[in-house]
Write a protein that binds this ligand. Structure first.
Ligand SMILES: [Zn+2]
Length: 519
């Protein structure tokens, strides 16, 4: 059977500011999805990068007294340095200032221009010279620029436009005939409701008199292309469009992860651009919500929880990844507070998972000197956790394939909770005192160890470091890939006759919470 493929991308992040929580979430979600697909037998490709042209970059560079080139190199570096800290396993990091990308943008524009879908026209609008941009009437506050408090001037400018309107019916039909093209469903509804109104043609250029930091239009030297033809094209330029082997292999399975503020360009402009250029439409769009951030009641709070580096330095990368996946229902908004992060670390990670792991390994050391007993326990089918584990794996697979990461985590923690109850029910410390119960004790501990192995394997996409640490503690030899394939996890008895002699390190130390004292 041919190996299925999966291409995931994040948006390319605009480098007018440092990486924050939102960037971290999208990228971690795409990383978790990629690792899950690998466990499920897919050949994957994962792309992220930075968007480096445009007037906001020029302004930000001016403020720092740098050239745009120096500025984008510096901020792009911050993103490139952050991802390894968050254990992001991207295959490529694309920058829109790279010559290979620029070539593909030129190719795409030429193609669409040759087909007659790009035209030159004048445009009249309200322009703020401070912001160097046009404003829509509704964006103004009391008729004035919200940033400068000055009424914008009516100016006339000629630009190039992309004829989107003629593809409107085609796009509506494409969305309706491809369920899951825009996921989750509420965003499909949102896009279809946008499409009930006639689509305006898209302005795709800026005169060089206003902006030079961009890609020159291949058919007019006096203009650069603006935003979307430059940014969205990264998804195909990175794969070596038109005939690179990566493009051939991965483009048909492309799914883009985006936050809900950019669904219009991704759900409307991009498919129409592809259609107009005669390129196959991407496979799907995964849209997530926003993080609402609020303050902490703890005295030793790190303060700026929107800085992924600060959160990771204090609490560890796996705790951060766990929290993001557990707390946000993919597609909806969620709250980020340091207090809730800490309580999740203490309850879910230190207590439920960490204690279970150290308790079971300690009992195995104490009762069996670390030798792993046979979980089949010959005569005790009632003690088996095997069926439960297999159901858990299947359930995990179903929800993760649907990008329901929070449910994936809940499914694993449901199993952890049943294992904790299993210990309370079967009281291994009591069995250990009865010589007649030796076989029963072997079955209980053997099943718990196999259950821990199952958990260690399943948490891999969300917490790769903890997964490896647990598997090492369980004396499993990690495959070179770093994970066990999903279809192999459910097989019971993989640990039999191994010896786990080491006393395990604590997986997640508890975080001491000191409440701020009122003054
Ligand atoms: Zn302004």
């Amino acid at each position: 059977m041919e190996t299925p493929t999966q291409f995931f991308s994040t948006p390319i992040y605009y480098v007018n500011a440092k990486p924050h929580l939102g960037h971290a979430y999208t990228t971690i979600a795409a990383d978790v999805a990629t690792r899950f697909k690998q466990m499920d037998g897919y050949d994957t490709y994962f792309l992220t990068g930075t968007d480096e042209h445009g007037d906001k970059i020029v302004q930000a560079a001016d403020k720092e007294q740098q050239s745009p080139r120096e500025y984008v190199d510096q901020i792009s570096r911050l993103f490139q340095d952050l991802w390894p800290k968050l254990n992001i396993g991207n295959n490529q990091f694309i920058r829109t200032t790279h010559p290979d990308h620029i070539r593909v943008v030129e190719m795409l524009l030429t193609r669409i221009h040759d087909r007659g879908d790009i035209y030159f026209s004048s445009y009249e609008g309200l322009y703020c010279f401070g912001c160097e941009r046009f404003y829509q009437e509704r964006e103004l506050v009391d008729g004035k620029c919200p940033d400068h408090g000055v009424a914008p001037s009516a100016i006339k400018e000629s630009n190039y436009f992309f004829k989107m309107s003629q593809y409107q019916d085609w796009l509506i039909d494409h969305i309706k005939t491809h369920p899951g093209f825009i996921h989750p469903k509420q965003y499909e509804t949102e896009i279809l409701s946008f499409l009930k109104e006639p689509l305006e043609d898209l302005c795709i250029s800026r005169p060089k008199s206003r902006l030079t930091w961009g890609i020159t239009l291949p058919f007019d030297d006096n203009f650069v292309t603006y935003v979307w033809f430059d940014a969205l094209t990264n998804y195909i330029s990175a794969l070596g469009y038109p005939d690179g082997p990566l493009f051939t292999k991965f483009w048909p399975s492309a799914r883009h992860f985006v936050a809900k503020d950019i669904i219009k360009p991704h759900g409307i402009y991009w498919p129409i651009m592809l259609k107009a250029a005669g390129i196959d439409i991407y496979n799907g769009l995964n849209v997530h919500g926003f993080w609402n951030v609020s303050g902490s009641k703890m005295s030793k709070s790190i303060g700026n929880v929107t800085d992924p580096v600060a959160v990771t330095d204090r609490y560890g990368v796996d705790a951060f990844r766990y929290f993001l996946m557990r707390e946000m229902v993919f597609g909806l908004d969620a709250n980020f507070t340091e207090d809730v992060l800490v309580s999740r670390i203490n309850s879910d990670l230190a207590n439920d998972l960490g204690n279970l792991f150290s308790r079971v390994l300690s009992m195995n050391l104490k009762y069996f000197k670390g030798r792993v007993p046979d979980p089949s326990g010959t005569d005790f089918p009632d003690l088996s956790l095997e069926t439960d584990a297999q159901t858990t794996i299947q359930h995990f697979k179903d929800v993760m394939a649907a990008y329901e990461f929070h449910k994936g985590v809940e499914v694993i923690w449901g199993f952890i909770s049943r294992m904790n109850k299993y210990i309370d029910t079967h009281e291994p410390w009591r069995l250990a005192k009865e010589p007649d119960e030796r076989l029963r004790l072997e079955a209980v501990i053997g099943n718990l160890l196999e259950g821990l192995r199952t958990v260690a394997c399943l948490i891999y996409p969300v917490m790769p470091e903890t997964s490896a640490k647990m598997l090492r503690g369980l004396c499993m030899v990690l495959p070179e890939t770093g994970f066990f394939p999903l279809e192999e996890i459910g097989k019971w008895g993989q640990m039999s006759a191994r010896a786990c002699l080491e006393k395990p390190d604590s997986l997640f130390p508890r975080v001491d919470v000191l409440k701020k004292t009122a003054h």
